[in-house]
Design a protein around this ligand. Structure first.
Ligand SMILES: [Mg+2]
Length: 269
């Protein structure tokens, strides 16, 4: 059985030698229906990701340019990815396999081995790419971690996401990282239950409306959308209805501490 969240909160806070006032506040908030814990998406919320994929797409199109135009290549690659999703799941390794499969299909099997090797190498380069935090992330996460237990909830390759998390420098601020195969309502409900959290006291932060916002709103949680300049086609979705009151559209992650303070200030009255 996991430790109750209050015990975990206390342990983490003691580790950081947080002020006694913060501990008292956390205990009070737990009963007052306020935000008591935050979840963060990782890719394109904490660190850059889609820009790295975009670079691969450009190089993939260039490699196949003598066979097909970029639009055809792009369409075929996306179709292969979607077809393989159930078997491969998300992440760079799955993407690399789909790129190789697409290249074989689009060249009707005539692509030379050295070009397939180039595709594999591009995948390895993506996996080894240094973690680049988004602007404002380090300060915002550090500030919120003093008051709240923070969780990373991400999908993708287990090994790759763990590696990025450990290299990000953010790990000491987080109570836990949850790497899951799909971010749907059931997954979020399971994670919250596992950590003894209630949806009404939980705020999820992320760039994907489909994965980070809609399922959390569905189970009764709060969700803050911080858009990234590029959104993968498979992650696009319409925002939830404004009247639900638990959806918060932000422009920048730096706005997050003020949002949490406002939500909890309103709850205290
Ligand atoms: Mg993301």
């Amino acid at each position: 059985m996991p430790p109750p969240v209050a015990a975990e909160v206390t342990r983490r806070k003691e580790q950081r030698a947080a002020a006694p006032a913060a501990r008292q506040r956390a205990a009070r908030d737990h009963t007052a229906g306020m935000i008591t814990a935050l979840g963060f998406d990782a890719d394109d919320t904490l660190w850059h990701n889609e820009t790295i994929f975009e670079e691969y797409h450009r190089r993939f199109q260039a490699l196949l340019a003598r066979y097909h135009d970029p639009q055809t290549v792009e369409r075929a690659l996306f179709a292969t990815e979607m077809r393989n999703l159930e078997l491969f799941g998300y992440g760079v390794k799955s993407f690399t396999l789909s790129a190789i499969e697409t290249a074989i299909e689009l060249t009707q099997g005539s692509i030379p081995a050295d070009e397939l090797r180039a595709l594999l190498q591009m995948g390895k380069t993506m996996l080894a790419h240094p973690v680049e935090l988004l602007d404002g992330v380090a300060e915002t996460v550090a500030a919120l971690a003093i008051q709240y237990p923070l969780f990373v909830i991400t999908k993708g390759d287990l090994h790759h996401q763990e590696r990025k998390f450990n290299r990000s420098g953010l790990a000491p601020h987080f109570a836990e990282i949850e790497i899951v195969s799909e971010k749907d309502a059931r997954t979020y409900a399971r994670i919250l239950q596992h950590h003894g959290l209630t949806p009404g006291g939980f705020l999820m932060v992320g760039n994907s409306l489909r994965s980070d916002i809609l399922p959390v709103i569905e189970i009764g949680g709060h969700a803050a959308h911080v858009p990234y300049p590029i959104t993968w086609e498979a992650e696009q979705a319409a925002p939830p209805p404004a009247e639900c009151g638990r959806f918060h559209a932000l422009h920048h992650i730096r706005e997050l501490p003020a949002l949490v303070a406002r939500l909890n200030g309103a709850g205290a009255r």
